[in-house]
Design a binder for this molecule. Structure first.
Ligand SMILES: Cc1cc2nc3c(=O)[nH]c(=O)nc-3n(C[C@H](O)[C@H](O)[C@H](O)COP(=O)(O)OP(=O)(O)OC[C@H]3O[C@@H](n4cnc5c(N)ncnc54)[C@H](O)[C@@H]3O)c2cc1C
Length: 401
């Protein structure tokens, strides 16, 4: 159990200035990441096993709960320091975490809406990463139109009886708990009558069936609920008022969410330029091909503009002026430019792009092909491009529905 009066983490967390914070963090990363990654190539660095090992290492070192209030064991760092943290971690080449739902969505939602008992029970185990969470929102007939969700939770004395199905639930096969949306009442509109449940994934009646993705990995799942008895104490907030909580949860981390992704895009672009310089076809370096140079230039400009946009969103968030439309715009621009970058990587690789990510001879251990395939999902997850374009058109530009 983490106590509010405990001092956690390396000294740089308490640095007097942002510059000292950045220097201390960079020194820590330069020491810790290579030590943990020793002997691993690009494929092993991105494996779930290493991602979890690195995440556990970070949490053990006290580098979790950066933005949480001190009374629940957090460091209460400013948004700009959190952004420096995410930026330098991405620049150091650290892999993306696995337990993102717990740290980025569940914890802030619990801090805002959880009972004292729920905070005491769940927050310390998110801080030390000993419990993994997934997010059970989407269903076969409820994705973009989330309010159409049908998984039923009926109150029976001290428990809710759950019946129905979720789909595309990332890391459900590894998870201890699920932040689940269920229908508890009818209400006057589809958005009323929805509740949030902190559901133990080990309960009898829950079965998880992995779905294999185009990359060959199986990180997301179908989850079936067959007469699952969830204790009534698992309800987060009030019954039938879950929509408001779910929308608030979607807003958390918006400001810092894209900082690491935009930094990663810039560093992937630098790696692509190196790949195009050392790849030769018909006696010429691929980077000298006019279409490749033109697309690389376009991507460099877009990556720089994205970086400035991420900084603007962060400054607006610190001033309490964050806009949902800007969040939609950066998600759209980041995901589409990320796809564009890996489309170009396939052109650079030429015939070698036909080798699958698991092929032994695939360049850079199949990393380019794997990322190319994975980026197909990025214009679907966290809101599809069409849905974000609708938000920008209607709420940002005031166009008719
Ligand atoms: C890699 C990955 C991980 C995911 N992880 C999770 C997770 O952990 N938990 C979870 O709950 N969900 C998860 N999802 C699901 C994701 O949130 C949904 O896929 C997404 O919301 C889209 O829903 P859908 O797949 O049902 O598509 P649909 O909503 O059925 O959309 C189908 C097509 O119709 C278009 N469309 C829909 N509505 C409109 C509209 N109003 N105007 C114009 N076009 C429209 C869409 O853009 C899309 O092209 C994940 C998805 C992916 C790809």
């Amino acid at each position: 159990m983490v106590r509010a009066d405990m001092v956690r983490g390396p000294d740089f967390l308490r640095a007097a200035s942002d510059a000292e914070f950045r220097i201390g963090l960079c020194e820590w990363l330069a020491r810790e990441l290579p030590a943990l990654a020793a002997g691993r190539g690009p494929a092993a660095m991105n494996s779930i096993e290493f991602r979890l090992a690195w995440e556990n290492h970070i949490c053990k070192a006290g580098l979790s709960g950066l933005g949480w209030p001190r009374e629940v064991g957090g460091h209460a760092l400013s948004l700009s320091r959190q952004a420096i943290y995410h930026e330098e971690v991405a620049r150091a080449g650290a892999p993306l975490p696995v337990n993102m739902i717990a740290h980025g969505i569940v914890a802030p939602t619990l801090i805002a809406f959880g009972s004292a008992e729920q905070k005491r029970r769940y927050l310390p185990r998110i801080l030390d990463n000993s419990e993994i969470w997934c997010q059970g929102y989407s269903e076969p007939d409820a994705g973009s139109d989330l309010a159409a969700l049908a998984l039923r939770a009926e109150r029976r004395g001290d428990v809710y009886l759950l019946n129905g199905q979720k789909i595309w639930t990332s890391f459900a096969h590894l998870s201890d708990y699920c932040l689940l949306l269920a229908r508890t009442g009818q209400g006057s509109s589809p958005r009323t009558g929805i509740s949030v449940m902190l559901t133990d994934m080990k309960l009898p009646g829950i079965s998880v069936r992995p779905i294999r993705q185009i990359t060959g990995e199986a990180d997301f799942n179908e989850v079936f609920f067959d007469n699952v008895e969830v204790p009534a104490t698992a309800l987060l907030g009030k019954e039938n008022e879950g929509w408001r909580l779910a929308m608030a949860a979607a807003n958390y981390e918006r400001s810092t969410y894209f900082v690491p992704r935009v930094v990663r895009l810039q560093s992937e672009l630098e790696q692509l330029i190196r790949l195009a310089s050392r790849t030769y076809r018909h006696g010429c370096a691929v980077i000298d091909k006019p279409s490749v140079r033109e697309e690389l230039t376009r991507l460099c400009i877009n990556a720089h503009a994205l970086r400035l946009f991420a900084d603007k969103i962060l400054a607006d968030s610190e001033a309490g002026e964050a806009s949902g439309v800007d969040s939609s715009a950066i998600k759209l621009l980041w995901s589409e430019n990320h796809q564009r970058l890996f489309n170009l990587a396939m052109e650079v690789l030429g015939p070698e792009a036909a080798l699958g990510p698991q092929e032994l001879n695939s360049p850079d251990e199949g990393r380019w092909v794997r990322e190319y395939l994975w980026t197909r999902a990025e214009t679907i997850l966290a809101g599809t491009s069409e849905v974000h374009r609708n938000i920008i058109a209607e709420r940002g530009l005031g166009l008719p529905r």
